[in-house]
Design a protein. Sequence first.
Length: 160
Amino acid sequence: MATANKNLSVYDKTTVPNAKNLKFGVVVAEWNEEITEGLFSGAHDALIDCGALENNIIRWNVPGSFELTFGCKKMIATQELDAVIAIGSVIQGETKHFDFVCSATAQGIKDLNVQSDIPVIFCVLTDNNMQQARERSGGKHGNKGTEAAIAAIKMAILGQ
């Protein structure tokens, strides 16, 4: 497992550009809210820690991870942003629904990165169970939201 020996919340602030002059969009899925709120907190805190101004972080909610692509697309079209973070959580169930939602969401966010000059960061957990999701949204493996925020800052600078 990729996160087995890694804490997703650890970053060297000296290697992260200052985010003071950057504007970020964050689109958060409401499905699996316990997880997505943890991911948002990690992303938000890391952005602020790296200099982003509170009023330069715009948050929109969408019903679920499948809707993240549309939410990000509309955010890019209507807001002046340097990067967008797509936050979601899909947990394996008893049907193939998990596979379809994960695949479509990943492909949709990839498509936005190909079609737009604004980077969209994939912060969608695709876990086998709720425990794994908790461990990656502020638990023993840290917070994937923090990692996504650092990626957003670095990609925003790259896009300038």
